[in-house]
Ligand binder design. Structure first.
Ligand code: SAM
Ligand code: SF4
Length: 330
């Protein structure tokens, strides 16, 4: 029996403290950069990890390796039945527990999630214009998402972040509007560079609006002060007038692989050492074959040991993962 807490270190010396858990591959939206209009072939129910299986892996990773933050995602996590039960099971662990959601049903569940022990929430929102929102998500739900953001603030989540994937010629004319939105509502907007994980493979380098473009467009209107970088993927900027801050997740143009501390568990129990990994490690198989905790940890350590130095987006070496963002867990 192996003892308590040692770090999960890969062969490049990176210590892993952040676990992303996808709880479903299903979604009630069809964001065009993530999922085809007809949806994808959903995983059969029995292939999803049960809450008990998820909790076992999470607990082991916290107790054995000192994982300190867990984020629930999907697909759309709020479409998983009894999500608040899972939140309650994970909230007893000594971790920073958060959720990423499209926000469509948040106004109905925000209070319950907060009561179950969730502390932080990210809501994805790519346009503040109703017609464009509909075009982007194939759902006429802008008002519901805005209400969801208000509900999240009202439920006491702190901070509430709003994730905006910026795409050239699609929503890059809304950067300043989003900055104003964040300042007015007291939420942290995080602009995300478009990544080649779209299900219909329409991504191109040219469609990426870069961190420098984002920062200079907003900086022309609101003077900015850079904030010292932490291990978090976002580069942060403060408004010089004290109006809050925003961040940019520049996965494509300023990749942060050298400080990456993240590993992932897919909804069907595959362990991934990188969002862009081409290989997965079958934890579900082990869990369902009656493996001991040590055997599960051996697989996790092997997976982390095999982590590469970084992805090669934009280079000839880049290999697109076989699964899209919603299937991996964004
Ligand atoms: N459904 C939830 C949501 O939309 O927030 C959680 C899952 S979603 C896959 C997680 C995040 O990934 C969202 O902020 C979404 O905008 C982002 N995302 C999806 N596809 C992307 C892509 N090709 N490039 C960059 N971000 C992407
Ligand atoms: Fe669904 Fe989120 Fe993908 Fe949009 S980005 S289709 S909300 S999983």
């Amino acid at each position: 029996m192996r003892g308590m807490s040692r770090s999960l270190i890969d062969s490049f010396g990176r210590v892993h403290r952040d676990l992303r858990i996808s709880v479903t591959d299903r979604c009630n939206f069809r964001c065009r950069y993530c999922m085809p209009a007809d949806g994808l072939e959903w995983l059969p129910r029995e292939e999803l990890l049960s809450f008990e299986e998820i909790e076992r892996v999470a607990r082991l990773m916290v107790e054995r390796y000192g994982i300190s933050s867990i984020r629930l995602t999907g697909g759309e996590p709020t479409v998983r039945a009894r999500l608040t039960t899972l939140v309650g099971m994970l909230a007893v662990l000594p971790v920073d527990l958060s959720l990423t959601t499209n926000g469509a049903t948040l106004k109905h569940v925000a209070d319950d999630l907060a009561a179950a022990g969730l502390r932080r929430i990210n809501v994805s929102l790519d346009s503040l214009r109703r017609d464009r929102f509909l075009e982007l998500t194939l759902r006429d739900e802008l008002t519901a998402v805005l209400d969801g953001i208000d509900a999240a603030i009202g439920a006491g989540f702190d901070p509430v972040k709003v994730n905006v994937v910026v795409m050239r010629g699609v929503n890059d004319d809304e950067l300043v509007e989003f900055a104003e939105f964040g300042r007015e509502r007291g939420v942290i907007v995080r602009f995300i560079e478009f990544m080649p994980l779209d299900a219909d493979e329409a991504w191109s380098n040219n469609a990426v609006v870069t961190q420098s473009e984002i920062v200079s467009t907003i900086g022309e209107v609101f003077p900015l002060v850079p904030v010292a970088r932490t291990s978090a993927p976002a580069t942060r900027f403060r408004y010089a007038d004290g109006g809050g801050e925003f961040g940019v997740v520049a996965s494509v143009t300023r990749k942060f692989c050298d400080t990456c501390d993240r590993v992932r568990l897919t909804a069907d129990g595959q362990f991934r050492n990188c969002l862009f990994a081409v290989d997965e490690f079958d934890l579900r198989g082990l869990l369902r074959a009656g493996a001991t905790d040590d055997e599960i940890c051996d697989l996790i350590e092997r997976a982390v040991g095999a982590k590469w130095a970084g992805h090669g987006i934009g280079t000839v070496n880049f290999i697109r993962p076989a699964r899209s963002m919603s299937q991996i867990g964004g």
